[in-house]
Design a protein around this ligand. Structure first.
Ligand code: SF4
Length: 906
């Protein structure tokens, strides 16, 4: 065992602070802890979290997580003392006071790794360290004696990364029929010899097979809605027919998920059907995400060469270390630790991705090594592409390459397809959106560093070659000055908007404040008002803005025509790379022209009659009373209409599957929300019931004596439930404000009892990492909002109780009101609530050995909502004291509930 590093070490939790120096650990006050960290660099773990615990935002020190990211880039580590101990194969600390010694020990192990011959991630470390030394990274001096200078000069990252290969286009898939016996045999092969034969899973797989049959009529894909109860093994159930079809037809199946967690899981499960690489080295399975998820090497190069300063520059160097070892360059939910960005507290990670569509494609020196281009090419050759709902929809709507549009699609977590379509097909003309367009056209306007370039710079060669193209660029540039620029929000505030778009936003803002009656103004929330009966100044400003937008769109459209002409009548200098770059520019131009058209249509309607297909409203987006955007929004009343046209109609086979597709036994809303009626087809329906014994493994407890609105009582109930369960509680809230208030009241008390409590919107940790921490520590509990309701897959003992603070009513905003009115009023609300309850309940029992309680702290829980829970689950209305007893006793699996409501009679 390497010697511990003899530097002082500090740990702080909700239960207190501990400092170790001179070989002894002692508790210390917050003041002492802050003083100690100011005097000498101290070892600590997750500085932003420790800073929050100490209430001292400026805290800095030698963060073990930064050292870990340097030594083991692209390796997973849960960012807690316990997680670090696991990652380094050390004993986990038994209590808070053992943590400082662990930090010293962990530092010793990591430093010794750097000195060892078998350090896997050695390449590039010495060079990176020299740069980090110049940036005064606190660890650089400590590391220097341990990282030997290599004998041969190290290649720089950008020459080390491999290039992708161009491959011929895949022919259209063959028309094949997959027979049921083949599907069953493949399923048996995937589940493995000796695994139990699950009839539900087999029937499910056979049903899925029908989706891959040849299509009988143009515009009429096979559509299957498949309810798949938790635990039936749906992933292998659809991968079995999908893998057979992909191999027989030589085609690509897209599996689309809503959560990153399921993507990760699918990547693992797909290994049963496909090897990591084919004989020719290509990948049969590819994870594909939106481009804003990937590292942009050009941005990274810029950051490494002085584009970033201070801490952001240090982050860039750690990201460069990771890039050399990353599987696919995915920064968000891939193998870059989710906690790395938050250690640096700024939007450093986002600045390293291609957020603004500024990619210069073949004009980029790193084009042949670009992670995004690599993923796009690999997916064109793949048998299975694992993607997310938004990307599948965007690709179907405006994919760069027609041949790459998905035609066989499995939407897993299919209950989210409606929401994903809702955001994908939305339009918003807001200050933030408009300024993005301005930057895309005009480029950097201040002396900002960096490579960001406007349209003129990106197409300089075209402009000098083609006069009309050059004029169009000039005209677009000129017209784009009508768009908002930096400082627009302040100018709105000061009543001094500049230009027609800012004038419109100012009018919108004034109108929203004048008409808001939601109470959100005082509470600090966002506010909104309907786009109806608008005052004259708003309509007048909309007219001017509309003209200004058209003046930008016209030259862009002309430019698109010129680019097409240049490609068709290619000049000598236009090589393959130049052509690819112009194709890229045409693609992004088409997208901006569509955007401008959508904005113009939105403004056009403001003064006239409402379009019944859409819901339009004006909004001021605020967070804790701080405004961050102002704009006009448009949603489809039924977003499945564009979904049906763009995704379903051109496809051959589509399936939506989930454990919560149906409303109880009723299929009607699932069918409605699949969009099939818009293309006049009847979907096939199938269901496989969960094999779990909910009647014996779970109990729903409805607590009747915690009064609504009584915050101290709510916090007390949470604390006592966590204590009774001994941790392992997932607490779900419908309002961030209440979540924070409850956390603030109970976190210290629970920490002192050895029950750490983490919370979304409180702890400076990303949601994925919070779930990792929760999963890793059975004593931990986690509080959160919507994202946790169905983004958490924690089988086993770490999750044994789900607590909902109240019935999850939908927020009565303008959009909800319109949809509610169009879909049956109260019954529509009930369906939404039942779906939310079913999703939340679904977190509890993830495997056949799981058991636990689902607690709702709401006396007014209507019986008509109880069908959200699986048939047979005991539902008990009781007092908090009684609930605590039951939670403390656990669900034994054999106990009979005292008062089981007869749901049939309700
Ligand atoms: S090709 Fe585009 S996304 Fe890729 S590295 Fe270059 S600029 Fe970035």
């Amino acid at each position: 065992m390497p010697a511990p590093v003899p530097l002082p070490a500090l740990h702080a939790s909700h239960a207190g602070s501990w400092l170790r120096d001179a070989g002894a650990t002692r508790t210390c006050s917050r003041g002492e802890a802050i003083m100690a960290s100011a005097d000498t660099p101290v070892l600590l773990l997750n500085a932003p979290l420790v800073a929050t615990r100490l209430g001292y935002p400026d805290l800095s020190g030698l963060d073990l997580l930064e050292l870990y990211a340097f030594v083991h880039p692209a390796r997973f580590c849960v960012p807690t003392p316990r997680g670090l101990a696991h990652a380094l194969d050390l004993d986990e600390p038994a209590s808070d006071d053992a943590v400082p010694a662990l930090l010293q020990q962990a530092a010793g192990v990591l430093l010794e790794t750097c000195a060892a011959d078998d350090w896997v991630e050695r390449e590039g470390a010495w060079s990176a360290l020299q740069s980090l030394m110049r940036l005064r990274w606190p660890w650089a001096q400590v590391l220097a004696p341990h990282v030997a200078r290599p004998e041969k000069a190290e290649k720089w990252l950008f020459s080390r990364l491999p290039e992708w290969e161009e491959a011929p286009e895949r022919p259209a898939p063959g028309q094949v029929l997959i027979e049921e016996p083949e599907i069953e045999a493949q399923l048996a092969h995937l589940t493995g010899a000796g695994s139990e034969r699950r009839e539900g899973q087999r029937a499910y797989a056979r049903d899925v097979g029908k989706v891959f049959a040849p299509r009988g009529k143009r515009g009429a894909p096979h559509v299957l809605l498949a309810q798949a109860g938790t635990g039936i093994g749906k992933t292998l159930g659809y991968l079995a027919p999908a893998s057979l079809w992909a191999s027989a037809a030589q085609g690509t199946v897209w599996v689309s998920t809503y959560t990153k967690n399921l993507q990760r899981q699918l990547r693992g499960e797909s290994r049963r059907a496909w090897p990591e690489r084919r004989a020719d080295g290509s990948q049969p399975v590819v994870v594909r995400k939106g481009r804003e998820n990937y590292l942009c090497l050009l941005n990274l190069e810029d950051a490494l060469q002085g584009g970033f300063g201070g801490r952001a520059a240090i982050l860039a160097h750690l990201v460069a270390r990771w890039a050399a070892y990353s599987r696919d360059g995915d920064m968000i939910g891939g193998d870059l630790p989710g906690w790395l960005g938050t250690l640096f507290r700024k939007r450093g990670i986002a600045a390293l991705t291609d957020q603004r569509g500024e990619c210069v494609y073949a004009g980029c020196p790193h084009y042949r090594k670009c992670f995004i281009e690599r993923a796009a090419r690999a997916s064109a050759q793949a048998d299975l592409v694992i993607a997310n709902h938004a990307l599948v929809m965007v690709n179907a709507a405006r994919g760069r390459d027609h041949a790459q549009r998905p035609t066989r699609i499995v939407f897993d977590e299919g209950h989210h397809v409606f929401d994903a379509a809702d955001s994908t097909f939305a339009a918003a003309l807001s200050g933030q959106e408009a300024i993005e367009l301005r930057r895309w056209i005009v480029g950097p306007e201040r002396k900002s560093k960096g490579r960001r370039r406007g349209l003129a710079a990106r197409l300089a060669d075209v402009a000098s070659y083609d006069e009309a193209g050059g004029e169009a660029i000039e005209a677009a540039l000129e017209a784009a000055h009508a768009l908002p620029s930096d400082g627009w929000l302040q100018r709105l505030h000061d009543g001094e908007p500049y230009g027609p778009l800012e004038a419109l936003l100012a009018a919108v803002r004034g109108c929203v404040y004048a008409r808001d009656e939601s109470g959100g103004q005082e509470a600090g929330y966002g506010i909104e008002t309907e786009a109806a009966g608008l005052p004259g100044p708003v309509i007048e400003a909309a007219g001017h803005a509309q003209a200004a937008l058209a003046a930008i769109r016209r030259p862009l459209a002309k430019l698109a025509v010129r680019l097409e002409a240049v490609v068709e009548d290619a000049p000598d200098w236009l090589d393959g790379q130049g052509r690819a770059r112009i194709e890229g520019a045409r693609h992004s131009l088409a997208w901006r022209i569509d955007l401008l058209l959508a904005w113009e249509a939105l403004l056009d309607r403001l003064g006239g009659p409402a379009d019944p297909e859409f819901v339009d409203w004006l909004a001021v987006d605020r967070s804790e009373a701080r405004e961050f955007d102002v704009g006009i929004h448009r949603r489809w009343l039924d977003p499945m209409k564009p979904f049906a046209r763009v995704v379903l109609e051109p496809a051959h086979g589509v399936m939506l599957t989930s454990a919560t597709l149906r409303d109880g036994e009723d299929w009607s809303s699932a069918v409605e929300r699949a969009g099939t009626r818009h293309i006049e087809i009847e979907p096939h329906l199938a269901s496989a019931e969960s094999p779990f014994d909910y009647a014996r493994r779970a109990e729903v407890l409805i607590v009747t004596d915690v009064k609504r609105g009584d915050l101290p009582a709510l916090a007390g109930a949470y604390a006592r439930l966590v204590e009774a369960a001994g941790g392992g509680v997932l607490g779900l809230f419908t309002a961030v404000r209440r979540l924070r208030a409850v956390h603030g009241r109970i976190a210290d008390r629970l920490a002192r009892a050895g029950l750490p409590l983490y919370a979304q919107h409180v702890d400076p940790i990303d949601t994925g990492t919070l779930v990792d921490i929760f999963r890793d520590d059975p004593a931990a509990s986690l509080l959160g909002t919507d994202a946790l309701r169905d983004g958490v897959d924690v089988p086993g003992h770490s999750l044994r109780c789900v607590v909902m603070e109240q019935v999850p009513w939908p927020r009565p905003d303008i959009l909800h009101r319109a949809r509610r009115a169009a879909n049956g009023g109260g019954a529509y609300d009930d369906r939404i609530i039942r779906a939310r309850l079913a999703q939340a309940f679904g977190r509890l029992i993830r495997s056949k050995d799981d058991a636990g309680h689902f607690v709702v702290l709401s006396a007014a829980f209507p019986s008509r909502l109880l069908s959200a829970f699986p048939p047979g689950t005991p539902v008990i209305r009781l007092t908090l004291a009684e609930a605590l007893q039951r939670v403390a006793a656990g669900v034994s699996g054999g106990e009979t509930a005292r008062t089981v409501e007869d749901r049939q009679s309700s």
